[in-house]
Design a protein. Structure first.
Lengths: 129, 743
């Protein structure tokens, strides 16, 4: 069973993300509604993949991203940025900071689940530094 | 993005969530826009306002894109970009920009609403170009560097804020929270901690950090009032906290120096410093040390008794305002909000109602136990019955609490209404809102939307005068409308007061006669003093009555006040009204907190039983027959310096009047202090908790009857509509058929 942490301040958006992934086999979800909560999950509910929004009330998604990838236990964890489209500069920045991929909302459920399945099936995911 | 329609269908199951979340964001937007308006003329806008607005629009944009509400997406995007420019200081807030935000919000709301009702979306081109005009393209500046999460490193604005707070004499704290699975199981997480901290002070800085053991910690920098210091220990037992000193420029220059003394801006009274001064000093300098030293002291923070804990124990002994439950119960995460469909709550209330009736049946049966029943067992049963009653009351209170929402929801909308009308009429009006946090039943709030809208519109278009007229009358140019809410026992009181021209009673009377609402027999008595304000209100509220010759856009065609009165009456409340020519008008609406269950006096009249809601009863009198004064065709009594008319319930409902001249009369005094009426009944049967069942069948509805209820013995009893019964003195001046029609 793999655990996916869905980080978005909109509860509806989290629901949509999880619904899009409900056909992915052997995954469980945990949720976080802000950056600090997401980071807390590192400690209390370890996960294998993170789907991360950029615009959140307390921390910017990029700060969360950097923090997670700095944590020794999570250096290899794939992080999928899922953000409302329009900010092209944050795409390059996110990839540079180590995001596994950068998707935009609105997203198609199938394309999201496709990306996630790919990332989860890679046996040893390597960081694009 | 292969086919948007397919994915939109996929997300259709989230439409309810979408609408609910948009509604929440729009409520935030409305609230923050009002806050923004007040900073319009100030050089600097509080960053948090712009941030909140920005984020709400951003969320609406993202969600709308997901479910395919294109207009909402586009518009929210445009407003978001404008706010971003404002937030980043690229442009400053101008009145046009603010207006664009206000009307943009309304159009956005309409766009989302139109999607819900499957109507055509509103046109957004105009507002988009307005917003674009306010937000000229600027060379994008590089995003602010992300803070490295390994040090307490304040951004310049945070540092500035901190310094400002210190100079105000605020106490600054540095808290460290270490999350763990155990704590999380108790519901103690970073969200809960943050909320607790925000509740006691201003949170200036939060950031995660890894310590030497690769454990995650959260740093919080908080400013509190000095007086609150001694509470910190008990509130925050899962935190370690110590006073924090802003790194001074000197210490920043050579950050290795650890000889900085920790001196809180003012010596706190908290025992922490007195009992463990060394500890505080050591920890307090944390922020100014080099990384390695910092980690060292971190360890100490975790092992040594933290000052905060010392605080707690010493406080617990001296102060008894911290209940044991509070200090032992884990912090409850405030974000555990649950959305519930209103019908589910209605159903819950209905079930409580059933329980109330069942208990009444139990009580009835207990009363009818045979005399041979052992007294000791009877007492036990009665005790159980009483306990059950109390518990049921608690249950009812609990369910009712769940249904309550702050009236701010509709109050905030009134600001928009006033602004729109100001533009339309060219009048200057300031709407002052107070008591917006007052809670009221969700159903009532929704029903009160239209009446309040109407009263506020009336206040602007009829009440407040044009600026030049105001100046001529020696008033300030800016008209004032106050919208207030408060709770009084089981009632919620909503007031709308304006300082405008007041209601022209002459004109009301004249129009009333023209429209046949006033009988000609009173045509001579045109002296306004002969009419109490309640009579005037009744006239104003008559359907079709309007003093305007022609309907204007702002205030309707004379049906508005009738809606106000009818809605309030349907909700079991009453409207009071005072007006003074040239000084303004004042409407007071009393509404019951909840509708479903209420206490009522059960009375008997000619063998029939009726229920009178307790909230409308002033008192119950027992009067000798000789105390009654006959005046023309009225019977009145004088009591406590007041004179009020008597109405025989038996006559009102065409029952046989059975009064014995030798007996005293039982009179239930109903109404308010201005307008009392005595209802003559035969007997008072008692005070009961009743479950109100409205009569919705139009063939059954009858003036004077608010609904029906079931008593413990299974009898169905009619509930009297007190406000209609009082106003039935109107036949004196209104033709009887008019009363029947409008009743």
């Amino acid at each position: 069973m793999r655990r996916i942490l869905v980080v978005d301040d909109s509860a509806t958006m989290r629901k949509m993300v999880m619904a899009s992934l409900r056909d992915v086999k052997d995954v469980a979800f945990s949720e976080a509604g802000n950056g600090l909560e997401a980071i807390e999950q590192l400690e209390i509910a370890p996960f294998d993949l993170m789907i991360l929004d950029l615009n959140m009330p307390d921390m910017h998604g990029l700060e969360v991203l950097r923090f997670v990838l700095n944590h020794p236990q999570y250096r290899e964890t794939p992080i999928v940025i899922l953000t409302t489209k329009g900010d092209d500069e944050s795409r390059t920045e996110a990839i540079a900071a180590g995001a596994a991929c950068y998707l935009t909302k609105p997203f198609h459920p199938k394309s999201l689940s496709g990306e996630i399945v790919n990332l989860l099936s890679e046996p040893c995911w390597s960081n694009v530094h | 993005m292969s086919s948007p329609t397919e994915s939109n269908n996929f997300f259709n199951e989230f439409l309810d969530d979408y609408f609910a979340e948009c509604e929440e964001h729009l409520a935030v937007v409305r609230r923050e826009l009002l806050a923004l308006e007040s900073c319009m003329n100030q050089p600097q806008i509080e960053g948090s306002i712009l941030n909140e607005l920005f984020r709400s629009f951003h969320s609406i944009k993202g969600l709308s894109a997901m479910v395919g509400v294109r207009e909402a997406e586009k518009l929210a995007h445009q407003m978001e970009s404008y706010l971003r420019s404002l937030r980043d200081g690229q442009i400053s807030l101008k009145p046009e920009g603010f207006d664009a935000l206000m009307s943009g919000t309304q159009i956005l709301e309409r766009a989302i609403g139109a999607y819900r009702t499957k109507e055509d979306p509103p046109d957004i081109d105009e507002i988009i170009s307005q917003l674009e005009a306010c937000n000229p393209p600027v060379v994008a500046k590089t995003p602010t560097a992300a803070i490295t999460p390994f040090e307490v490193k304040l951004k310049p604005e945070e540092k500035k804020r901190l310094e400002a707070l210190v100079s105000e004499g605020k106490q600054i704290w540095h808290f460290v929270f270490t999350p763990s699975t155990e704590l999380s199981k108790q519901g103690i997480g970073v969200n809960a901690i943050r909320e607790q901290l925000q509740a006691i002070g201003e949170l200036i800085y939060v950031s995660p950090r890894l310590n030497a053991n690769q454990k995650i910690l959260f740093d919080f920098i908080l400013a509190t009032q000095e007086a609150e210091n001694h509470d910190l220990g008990s509130e925050l037992k899962y935190l370690t906290g110590e006073p924090y000193q802003i790194p001074s420029p000197v210490s920043e220059a050579n950050s290795g120096s650890s000889n900085l003394k920790v001196e809180p801006p003012r010596e706190p009274e908290a025992p922490a410093t007195a009992e463990a001064p060394g500890e505080v000093e050591a920890i307090g300098t944390v922020v100014n040390r080099t990384e390695s030293e910092r980690k060292e002291s971190e360890e100490r923070t975790e092992t040594a008794p933290a000052p905060a804990e010392v605080l707690e124990t010493s406080e617990a002994e001296t102060s008894n305002n911290i209940s044991p439950a509070k200090s032992t119960s884990p912090l409850i995460s405030g974000s555990n909000l649950v959305r519930v469909d209103l019908p589910k709550l209605d159903e819950l209330m209905r079930m409580v109602g059933e329980l109330v009736i069942t208990r009444a049946r139990l009580e009835e049966n207990l009363k009818n136990l045979p005399p041979s029943f052992p007294a000791a067992r009877r007492r036990t049963l009665q005790e159980i019955n009483l306990t059950l009653e109390r518990q049921l009351r608690d249950l009812r209170q609990g369910v009712m609490q769940v249904r309550l929402v702050p009236i701010a929801e509709i109050f905030a909308r009134m600001q928009f209404v006033v602004r729109d009308l100001m533009r339309l009429t060219g009048k200057q009006v300031a709407l002052e809102i107070s008591g917006a946090e007052t809670e009221i039943d969700k159903f009532v709030v929704e029903r009160m939307m239209d009446p309040l809208l109407h009263l506020v519109r009336n206040a602007v278009s009829h009440g407040i005068e044009l600026t030049e007229e105001r100046l001529k009358a020696g008033k300030s140019a800016m008209g004032a409308i106050a919208l207030r809410a408060s709770t009084a026992g089981e009632m919620v009181i909503i007031e709308i007061e304006d300082d405008g021209q007041g209601v022209d009673i002459y004109r009301v009377l004249k129009r009333a006669k023209q429209q046949g609402l006033l009988s000609d027999s009173v045509s001579e008595t045109n002296d306004p003093d002969n009419y109490d304000s309640q009579t005037i209100l009744d006239l104003l509220c008559s359907s079709g009555f309007s003093t305007k010759e022609e309907a204007d856009l702002a205030s309707g065609r004379g049906v508005g006040m009738a809606i106000v009165k009818n809605t309030v009456q349907e909700l079991g409340g009453c409207v009071k009204f005072t007006t003074k020519k040239g000084k303004g008008s004042h409407f007071i609406i009393d509404l019951p907190l909840t509708l479903a269950i209420t206490d009522a006096l059960i009375v008997e009249v000619s063998g029939q039983t009726f229920a009178i809601p307790e909230s409308s009863i002033q008192e119950v009198l027992s009067v000798e027959h000789k105390g009654i004064i006959r005046l023309e065709d009225q019977e009145i009594i004088s009591y406590r310096g007041h004179v009020f008319p008597l109405r025989y319930l038996a006559r009102l409902f065409n029952c046989v009047v059975t009064t014995d001249e030798s007996e005293k009369l039982t009179i239930v005094v109903i109404g308010n202090s201005v307008n009392s009426t005595g209802l003559v009944v035969n007997r008072i049967l008692g005070l009961r908790e009743i479950v109100v069942r409205p009569l919705t069948d139009p063939f059954l509805q009858s003036p004077g009857i608010a609904g029906a209820t079931e008593l413990g013995d299974g009898r169905v009893v009619l509930i009297l509509d007190v406000s209609t019964l009082i106003s039935s003195k109107i036949p004196k001046i209104i033709k009887p058929q008019q009363f029947i029609n409008s009743g």
